[in-house]
Design a protein around this ligand. Structure first.
Ligand SMILES: *[C@@H]1O[C@H](CO)[C@@H](O)[C@H](O)[C@H]1NC(C)=O
Ligand SMILES: [Zn+2]
Length: 169
């Protein structure tokens, strides 16, 4: 290999590892997460919590979760089972099955069952819809995740999550 190329490769490698360690460092400035109650896997950042109000909710309440104003809505499925659900922009989940709009708790949004990617326990649902972007006028995909409050733990045990975490493992 010509010496100049070798030097170039060496410099590139140096640059890439510097950038890599810088990003590693940032993600280590650890932001509190919501964890899978079953295995402790980090599912979503506290800051990813969003309020997505649904007309299908049987009832709702406000809850402060890791300093975020969280809207918890009670939904019932066809079984029937009831779930206290809150929403986040995107969580680390493994999707199971195909999306369907049937009996969606967020009308117009198709849902897919969502599992913990580590232990496979059911944690919630992903909701997706094609919506028209108000700025560009283009059709874009909008998605968010609904998580079952009882299936997650707050990483900061001392915060105001009203349900005291009980570790069952
Ligand atoms: C919940 O919070 C929202 C704003 O964040 C407020 O408009 C609403 O009144 C609150 N609901 C209750 C029941 O406190
Ligand atoms: Zn898990």
């Amino acid at each position: 290999m010509p010496f100049r190329i070798w030097i170039l490769l060496l410099l590139t490698h140096q640059l890439v590892s510097t950038v890599y360690s810088a990003t590693q460092c940032q993600s280590h400035k650890h932001e509190p997460h919501l964890l899978c109650r079953m295995c402790g896997h980090e599912i979503a950042k506290g800051s990813s919590i969003i309020r997505k109000k649904s007309s299908m909710a049987l009832s709702s309440f406000n809850l402060t979760v890791m300093n975020n104003d969280c809207l918890v809505q009670l939904f019932e499925n066809g079984v029937p089972e009831q779930f206290d659900v809150f929403t986040v922009t995107q969580a680390d989940l493994a999707l199971s099955g195909k999306p369907t709009t049937a009996l969606s708790w967020f009308p117009g949004y198709a849902w897919t069952a969502a599992l913990c990617p580590k232990c496979g326990v059911h944690l919630g649902w992903r909701f997706e819809a094609n919506v028209i972007d108000s700025r560009s006028g283009r059709v874009v995909k909008d998605s968010f995740d609904g998580l079952v409050l009882d299936f997650l733990l707050s990483e900061e045990y001392s915060n105001s999550l009203t349900k005291v975490p009980k570790l069952s493992w």
